[in-house]
Design a protein around this ligand. Structure first.
Ligand code: ADP
Ligand code: ZN
Length: 762
C-alpha cells in the first residue's frame, strides 16, 4: 500500500554495500505495475548532473530500476530525490532515466498521492492512470497525405464535366489557401472518400505526404463570436463566480440551472475573466456531450482551446498535453481525465452536468472527477463550479449545509417555458390496446408533431430487440451461462447477445428445455421500438441511436448533425439521446418506459430515474414552437416520476433525502463497496465473509452490510459477492478497510476490489 516502506536487503550484491555515515543521493520510486509501495535506489553521478538534463533523475520522471533477485528491469515513477544518510541500507542503483523532462509536476504528484490514499490504490497505478498512454509513449508525428489542385487544372476547371460531388470537392480544394487532408476535404465537400479518390485517379488533384503532428479537423477555422448580453440571473451567477475568483481560497459553487437556462454562457464569461488574469480554465463535460458543437462554443470565444477525450489518437492526446503544459492554452475542454490536464496556472475548474455518472472511473483508480477537482482546486486555491439542472444529491446536500455555495438559474433564457409533461399510466388497458411499445396517446402525439413539421425524440433505455427470450410453455428463460443474466435478442444480426460479456449465440428455434417451438422474444428494446415506429409511421425518417448502431467513431456526431439539419424526423434511442442536445425543432419527447431503472437494486435508482426523465424532457421546448413530453410508466405515483414531470428538482430532493438519511446512505455518510469474485462460489463467499469480519473488527464506527451476492451474481464464469461498508466520513472507512490490503494471500483466482464512493452497485 502507499506510504509503506519496502527494501530489498536480501537481494543486494555486496559491492553495493554502503558505509553507514555516508551521504548518498537516493531516488524514491513507485512501480507502474507489480509490487506496491515505495522503493529506494541509489542515483549514480551520471544521473545527478543538471548539465545533462535528458538523463537527470528527479521527481516526476519515469525510470527503469532493477527488481527482485533476478534484478528484472521494471518501470516506475521517481517521486522524490534526496541526498541523505543511507542508514546502513544496501541499495541497488537506478538503471535508467526514461523521460527527458518531468511528466508530472510536484503538484500532480501530490494530487496523485492524495488519490492513492483516498481510493486505496497504489501510487504507481494512480500515476499510470493520470498520464495518458500517448504521453507516456511520447507518441509523435504522423504521416498525412495532403491534396491540392495543380495550377493547370485550376485554369481549366470550369470546362470540366464532372459528377456533382467530384466537382464540388475540386472547387472547394481549389478555393482553399492551403493543401487539405482527406478528412478535411471530406468534411468541407460533405462527401465520402470515393469522389476524392476519383479525382486523384483522373490526376485532377495531386497529393504529397507530409509529417504533421496535428489532427487537421480540429484546426478548422471558426468564426469568433462576441459575448452574449447576460440576463439578470446569469449576471448574478457570474458575479458570484467572479467574487470567488477574487478570493485567494477555494470555493465550490453549485450552479443549479434548469436545462436551457444559459449555464454555458456563464461559464464562458467567468473563463474570460480567468484568461484575462493569464490563467487557464479546465472544463469537464460528460464524454457523450463532448461533441464538435460543445467544443465549438468554446472555440468561438477563445483563441486557444485544447480538447482531451478518450477517442483521441495517442498522437493527438500527446500533442494537446504538450500544448497545455507549455501554457499555450487558455481553456481545456475534456471528459473526466481532463481534470489532470497539466495547466501551469490553473484559475478555475468547471464541471458541467456534474450529476453524470461518467465522471467516476470504473477501473482503478476508481476516482470521481468531482472529488479530484475539489482536491485540486483546494491545492491551487481557485474556485470550482459545478453545474447541473439535476444536481447529484451529494452536491445538493453540500450546498444545503453550506459547504458549497448555491447559485440558481431558475428560468430558461428568453423566458421560454419548460415543456408540459403528461404521464401515461400504462396500467390502464385502454393505453395498451395496440400491443406495442407506443400507447395510443403517444402515437397520436407523434402523428400530430410530424404533421406539424416538428421532430420527435423517443427514449427507451434498453438496447437490442427483445429484453428476454422465454418459452411460453415451460417458462424457461434464456440466460448467459457465464453471467447468469438474460440474453437479449438482436434482430438485425439475428443473434442473442449477453450485454455483460458480449457472448453471442444463434437464436434458439425451439425451447432448449421442453423443445416447444413457440419460444418468444419478450420485452422491448430499441430495435423492436424502431421496427414499430417504422411500421406505424412509414413516411417518417427514423434513426436509432444506441451503442449498437453508433459503434463507428464519429457516427454519433454524424447522426446528431443530420438530426439538426432536419433530415431525421424521429430520433429514438437509449440515454445517449437524453443528454445536453439543443434542438429547437424538437416538439415532442416520448419516454417509452420510465420504469427501466426504477426497480434496480441500487439505492440511487430513484435518483437515476429522476435525472433521466428530467434530462430528456429538457430536450424539447427549446424553440418558439414549444414542446411537450409524454412519459409512459407503470408507476405514475412514484415521487421520482411525479417530480420529474413537474421539473421539480427541489421536491424530488425533499422526498429522497430523508430516505437516504434514515439509512445513513450517501450523502449522509460515506460508503465503500468491496467486491470479491472467484470461480468457486463457496470459496469466494468465504473470502467475502472473512473481509466483513476484518472490517467489523478494525472499527466499531463502520457499519458493514453483507456479504451478499451482487445483483450481477455471476459474470464471465466468476461468482461475485459484495459488501457495503458505511461510516460517517472517509477517514473512518479507511480505518475499517485497512486490514484488507494487508491480507497476504488469497485462494486461487479469487480477486477483490474496493470502491470508495461507489456509483455502480451491480
Ligand atoms: P444550459 O447550458 O443551461 O442548458 P445553454 O448555455 O446551452 O443552457 O443556453 C441555451 C441557449 O440559450 C443557447 O443557445 C445559448 O446560446 C442561449 N443563450 C444563453 N445565454 C443567453 C443570453 N444571455 N442571451 C441570449 N441567448 C442566450
Ligand atoms: Zn455473459
Amino acid at each position: 500500500m502507499p506510504g509503506q516502506q519496502q527494501n530489498l536487503f536480501d537481494t543486494q550484491p555486496p559491492e553495493w554495500e554502503l558505509d553507514d555515515a555516508e551521504m548518498k543521493r537516493v531516488a524514491r520510486v513507485v512501480l507502474s505495475a507489480g509490487p506496491h509501495g515505495e522503493f529506494d535506489y541509489l542515483v549514480a553521478d551520471q544521473f545527478a548532473d543538471r548539465q545533462k538534463p535528458e538523463i537527470f533523475a528527479e521527481a516526476g520522471r519515469r525510470v527503469q530500476v532493477p527488481l527482485g533477485r533476478g534484478n528484472r528491469p521494471v518501470f516506475g515513477y521517481c517521486v522524490a530525490v534526496a541526498v541523505q544518510p543511507t542508514g546502513g541500507r544496501k541499495l541497488k542503483p537506478l538503471g535508467k532515466v526514461i523521460d527527458p523532462a518531468p511528466l508530472l509536476s510536484s503538484r500532480m504528484l501530490e494530487l496523485g498521492q492524495w488519490i492513492a490514499d483516498y481510493y486505496l490504490t497504489p501510487l504507481g497505478q494512480v500515476l499510470e492512470g493520470i498520464l495518458p498512454a500517448g504521453v507516456r509513449s511520447k507518441a509523435g508525428t504522423r504521416e498525412t497525405t495532403l491534396f491540392s489542385v495543380p495550377t493547370k487544372v485550376a485554369a481549366r476547371m470550369t470546362r470540366l464535366d464532372l459528377p456533382e460531388k467530384q466537382a464540388r470537392a475540386l472547387t472547394l480544394l481549389a478555393a482553399s489557401s492551403k493543401p487539405l487532408a482527406m478528412k478535411q476535404l471530406m468534411a468541407r465537400a460533405e462527401c465520402t472518400a470515393a469522389p476524392i479518390n476519383a479525382l486523384r485517379k483522373k490526376q485532377l488533384i495531386e497529393s504529397r505526404v507530409e509529417r504533421i503532428d496535428t489532427d487537421p479537423l480540429l484546426e478548422e477555422e471558426v468564426t469568433r463570436k462576441p459575448p452574449l448580453e447576460l440576463n439578470a440571473q446569469q449576471a448574478a451567477a457570474l458575479a458570484s463566480i467572479t467574487a470567488a475568483l477574487d478570493k485567494s481560497k477555494q470555493t465550490t459553487l453549485l450552479l443549479h440551472g434548469v436545462t436551457g437556462s444559459g449555464k454555458t454562457e456563464v461559464y464562458i464569461q467567468a473563463i474570460e475573466k480567468v484568461v484575462s488574469f493569464g490563467r487557464q480554465a479546465v472544463v469537464l463535460v460528460p464524454e457523450i456531450s463532448l461533441t464538435p458543437q460543445t467544443v465549438g462554443r468554446f472555440r468561438e470565444r477563445f483563441d486557444r482551446v485544447a480538447v482531451l477525450h478518450s477517442h483521441q489518437s495517442d498522437v493527438e492526446r500527446h500533442r494537446q498535453w504538450k500544448r497545455i503544459a507549455s501554457g499555450d492554452v487558455q481553456v481545456v475542454v475534456g471528459a473526466r481525465s481532463a481534470i489532470f490536464a497539466p495547466t501551469p496556472h490553473l484559475g478555475l475548474v468547471v464541471i458541467d452536468e456534474e450529476h453524470e455518472t461518467s465522471f467516476k472511473q470504473d477501473t482503478a483508480p476508481r476516482y470521481h472527477a468531482r472529488e479530484v477537482a475539489l482536491k485540486r482546486t483546494t491545492m491551487d486555491r481557485v474556485p470550482l463550479v459545478l453545474g447541473s439542472a439535476t444536481p447529484s444529491l451529494e452536491a445538493w446536500h453540500a450546498a444545503s449545509t453550506g459547504d458549497y455555495q448555491l447559485v440558481s438559474l431558475p428560468d430558461r433564457v428568453s423566458n421560454l417555458p419548460l415543456p408540459v409533461v403528461r404521464v401515461i399510466d400504462l396500467r390502464n388497458h385502454e393505453h395498451r390496446k395496440f400491443g406495442g411499445a407506443l400507447s395510443r396517446p403517444l402515437q397520436q402525439a407523434i402523428h400530430a408533431a410530424l404533421a406539424d413539421g416538428g421532430q420527435v425524440i423517443l427514449l427507451l433505455n434498453r438496447r437490442g430487440f427483445s429484453t428476454h427470450v422465454q418459452c411460453p410453455a415451460c417458462g424457461f428463460a434464456l440466460t448467459c451461462p457465464a453471467c447468469d443474466v438474460s440474453m437479449v435478442f438482436h434482430r438485425q444480426a439475428n443473434q442473442v447477445v449477453c450485454h455483460w460479456c458480449d457472448r453471442v449465440e444463434p437464436p434458439p428455434t425451439y425451447c432448449p428445455e421442453c423443445k416447444d417451438a413457440n419460444i418468444r422474444y419478450g420485452g422491448f428494446g430499441t430495435q423492436k421500438l424502431e421496427a414499430e415506429v417504422r411500421a406505424r409511421f412509414p413516411k417518417a425518417n427514423v434513426l436509432r441511436m444506441d451503442t449498437d448502431s453508433m459503434r463507428r467513431p464519429g457516427s454519433h456526431e454524424e447522426a446528431l448533425d443530420s438530426f439538426r439539419r432536419g433530415e431525421i424526423d424521429v430520433l429514438l434511442g437509449t440515454q445517449m439521446i437524453a443528454k445536453g442536445l439543443d434542438f429547437p425543432n424538437v416538439t415532442l419527447v416520448g419516454v417509452v418506459n420510465a420504469d427501466t431503472a426504477l426497480h434496480w437494486p441500487d439505492f440511487r435508482a430513484a435518483e437515476r430515474t429522476f435525472h433521466l426523465v428530467t434530462q430528456v424532457a429538457g430536450r424539447t421546448g427549446r424553440g418558439e414552437r414549444g414542446g411537450r413530453v409524454l412519459v409512459q410508466t407503470l408507476s405514475p405515483d412514484h415521487p421520482a416520476i411525479v417530480a420529474a414531470t413537474r421539473h421539480d428538482y427541489e421536491s424530488f430532493a425533499a422526498s429522497e433525502l430523508p430516505e437516504r438519511e434514515a439509512l445513513a446512505y450517501p450523502p449522509f455518510g460515506r460508503m465503500a463497496r468491496v467486491v470479491v469474485r472467484g470461480p468457486i462460489e463457496a470459496v469466494t463467499l468465504a473470502v467475502a465473509e472473512e473481509f466483513a469480519g476484518k472490517i467489523r473488527e478494525a472499527s466499531d464506527a463502520v457499519r458493514v452490510v453483507g456479504p451478499a451476492p451482487c445483483p450481477l451474481a455471476k459474470l464471465r464464469d466468476n461468482y461475485r459477492f459484495h459488501l457495503l461498508a458505511m461510516g460517517s466520513d472517509v477517514d473512518t472507512l479507511h480505518v475499517g478497510l485497512a486490514p484488507l490490503s494487508k491480507k497476504a494471500s488469497l485462494p486461487d483466482n479469487v480477486q477483490w476490489i474496493a470502491d470508495i464512493d461507489p456509483l455502480d452497485m451491480m
